[in-house]
Design a protein around this ligand. Structure first.
Ligand SMILES: Nc1ncnc2c1ncn2[C@@H]1O[C@H](COP(=O)(O)OP(=O)(O)OP(=O)(O)O)[C@@H](O)[C@H]1O
Ligand SMILES: [Mg+2]
Length: 346
């Protein structure tokens, strides 16, 4: 066992999910686009609505938090962050805003009362409302949330979702009232992830624990996802620590990358409905199946479990969501019609 001071990990905080990086890598365009949307607020005007979209781990939450907190720091513009996975109805979103703005409302206040108080408090000052994970809300509730908030003359919303499709699922009147600026977050390139990891290792690991090859390997295995990259680094360092090695090895990276991918799957599925999970399990148990076979086996499974199946249109939507989340892959099958082959993501 090496002495304690040879432990590869010096500081866990820099590898945690809530760590706010000082330098944001490779997102200059998105930061500039978001600032352009929010800049009217600096002149006391309603911000332009923004819609941030991209696959998991592409920096959407980080950039939204970074830009709004800089704005709050440098100006008097207020912003509120609401996670719609936890606050999935209009009632809960308004409650989140009321609490963040420290507005006192009676315990039994309904949405009308809360909205009225928010309007009065923000009568002449702009407010930015970040609605993270907006795609976790039911479409009807999503319409209500966005329609209501966009009707407040001083509020600009920053909605965050994994794909643009949740914007196009909105009712026409809601989408046209919102008219958001779309800001795309593409998966990171290997060299971007390298730079993200490089900054983190300097803060968190002993210099002897890693090399350029270690960082490059982790960046390559993460397939564009910064969360997977950071979790792989953390797991590999923990393995090195528990196995008493000073430097992270190739085997430790391989094991850590597979653990990080599993974690990503669990993390993503945990935020989805039981029908998404059922469909995902069916794809895993019959890799390389077609969507028509999957639809039939899904209905059988529901019958066996005594559950009401979702409609076929919703089934297609759920398959699309599983693809967008990076959990499964889909390819058009070599037969006529809208039949696809599906398999678990590599
Ligand atoms: N450009 C970046 N520079 C430094 N760190 C980053 C960058 N982008 C993401 N990260 C880090 O990667 C992790 C995941 O990022 P983030 O939570 O912003 O992804 P996301 O796009 O919101 O994912 P999801 O869709 O799953 O919510 C965080 O720990 C964050 O600090
Ligand atoms: Mg996020």
């Amino acid at each position: 066992m090496p002495p304690l001071d040879s432990s590869p990990i010096r500081n866990f905080d820099a590898l945690s999910e809530d760590h706010m990086p000082e330098d944001i890598v490779a997102r200059e365009t998105q930061i500039a686009e978001m600032r352009a949307c929010l800049s009217p607020a600096e002149r006391g005007l309603k911000p332009i609505h923004a819609w941030l979209h991209g696959r998991p781990g592409t920096g959407k939450t980080t950039i939204a938090r970074y830009v709004t907190s800089q704005l709050e720091h440098n100006t008097r513009v207020e912003s509120v962050y609401v996670n719609c996975w936890q606050h999935s109805t209009l009632f809960m979103v308004l409650q989140g805003i009321v609490e963040a703005l420290r507005i006192i409302v009676p315990d039994n206040a309904n949405t009308v009362v809360k909205l009225h108080r928010i309007r009065s408090k923000m009568k002449s000052s702009p407010l930015i409302v970040v609605l993270d994970e907006i795609d976790k809300t039911e479409p009807k509730e999503r319409d209500r949330i966005l329609y209501t908030l966009s009707s407040v003359s001083t509020v600009g919303t920053v909605a965050i979702s994994n794909s643009r499709s949740s914007l196009f699922e909105l009712e026409d009147r809601v989408r046209s009232r919102l008219g958001p600026t779309l800001i795309a977050f593409d998966p990171y390139r290997v060299q971007d992830l390298y730079r993200i990891l490089e900054a983190r290792v300097k803060l968190s690991l002993a210099p002897t624990a890693y090399s350029a090859e270690v960082i490059e390997r982790i960046a390559t295995l993460a397939a564009g996802d910064a969360r997977v990259a950071i979790q792989t680094l953390l797991k590999a360092a923990q393995l090195a620590e528990s196995q008493g090695t000073r430097t992270i090895s190739v085997d430790q990276i391989t094991e850590a990358a597979s653990a990080a991918r599993k974690l990503k799957t669990q993390y993503t599925l945990a935020k989805m409905t039981e029908h998404h999970k059922l469909l995902y399990d069916l794809v895993v148990s019959a890799p390389q199946t077609t969507t028509s076979v999957l639809w039939a086996s899904y209905q059988q499974r529901c019958q066996a479990l005594d559950k009401r199946p979702i409609a076929e249109r919703t089934f297609n939507l759920y398959i699309h969501t599983l693809v967008v989340k990076g959990l499964i892959e889909r390819e058009r099958a070599a037969v006529l019609g809208n039949v696809y082959t599906v398999r678990p993501a590599a």
